[in-house]
Design a protein around this ligand. Structure first.
Ligand code: SF4
Ligand code: ZN
Length: 314
């Protein structure tokens, strides 16, 4: 199989059935950068002078995103939240630190780290048990809170996450299957900042599949953690991804048509975007403990931390 783009027909390193194309290493890297640049432009994600905070986990998507943004010339720092999940967290922390020291530092970019155990007195699994909450929901609350807080307090213009086409298509399938209209309203690759204190959030990898990002990480020799978080086992998202992968094999381009078709429809909403944002903003007030936006007097994060400290005093 030869590269379909090179005039010299160099040997291809990857075939992309959904684009009816195959690329050599150089053309594939260009393809990935172009897809990210297109997403950034069409969804008004970033401007060249923005200070960006990338949410990194040590996995291929977030490290590839940090790498692509730095390579494209953006000013991008990163935040890693250490969840305290035994060897998984130790290994992912090492991978992030390695990239930060060996590559990101040469672009003048820095890594911020939040260690859950230091603030909560316990890792995420123990914390979930103390709080009688599912681990992933506890984790989601903590990560959303820490990323937003770091972005706001350290005056970043925008927060970027490594969600890819597979993640977004699987999430869309879940939201449609359960007709979760609130989530569907918010499933956009760009969420604007709110006056109440939510940072702008963007997903620049939304045009690229998981396989394409894994290949990009390999050809760029990015050292990422291959192992999934052990808590993800048996999750609905994994099931939705398997179903979509099956459809994609039978009919290449299914995920792209499903998700991009949704984004096209979302671009012409029945209800104007501003009025949906207003509806959300009316109900938000600053948390009386930390000042982050919340619907009640004290935010969920502060309530969780207070409960954790009472239950497990240090
Ligand atoms: Fe957090 Fe659950 Fe994802 Fe693990 S699988 S990182 S615990 S949300
Ligand atoms: Zn709070």
């Amino acid at each position: 199989m030869n590269c379909t783009k090179c005039p010299t027909s160099t040997r291809a390193v990857i075939g992309l059935p959904r684009h009816n194309a195959a690329f050599c290493k150089a053309c594939f890297i260009t393809f990935v950068h172009e897809q990210v640049a297109r997403a950034i432009k069409s969804f008004k994600m970033l401007s060249p002078e923005d200070r960006i905070l990338v949410a990194v986990s040590g996995g291929k998507d977030s490290l590839a995103l940090w790498h692509i943004l730095l390579t494209l010339g953006y000013r991008a720092d990163a935040l890693y939240v250490n969840l305290g999940i035994g060897s998984y967290s130790e290994e992912s922390h090492r991978k992030v630190r390695h990239y930060a020291d060996t590559v990101a530092a040469s672009y003048g970019a820095k890594l911020l780290v939040h260690v859950v155990e230091q603030e909560a007195g316990a890792g995420i699994r123990e914390l979930a048990t103390i709080l009688h909450r599912p681990t992933c929901s506890t984790c989601g609350t903590i990560k959303r809170y820490q990323f937003n807080r770091a972005a706001i307090e350290q005056e970043y213009d925008v927060m970027a996450t490594g969600h890819n086409l597979d993640d977004e298509a699987a999430r869309l399938l879940g939201n449609v299957l359960h007709w979760q209209n609130d989530y569907l309203d918010k499933q956009s690759p760009t969420l604007p900042a709110s006056v109440e204190g939510f940072a702008k959030k963007v997903k620049p990898l939304c045009r690229l599949s998981e396989r394409e990002i894994a290949a990009y990480a390999v050809v760029n020799r990015l050292d990422y953690i291959v192992e999934e978080c052990p808590m993800a086992k048996g999750s609905k998202m994994i099931l939705y991804k398997e179903v979509l992968n099956r459809l994609e094999t039978e009919s290449p381009g299914t995920k792209q048509r499903f998700y991009w078709g949704f984004l096209d429809k979302q671009a012409k909403p029945d209800e104007p975007a501003e009025s949906m944002a207003d509806k959300d903003q009316r109900t938000l007030v600053p948390c009386d403990s930390c000042g982050q936006p919340t619907t009640a007097g004290t935010c969920t994060y502060c309530k969780m931390m207070a409960k954790a400290k009472t239950a497990a005093p240090r």
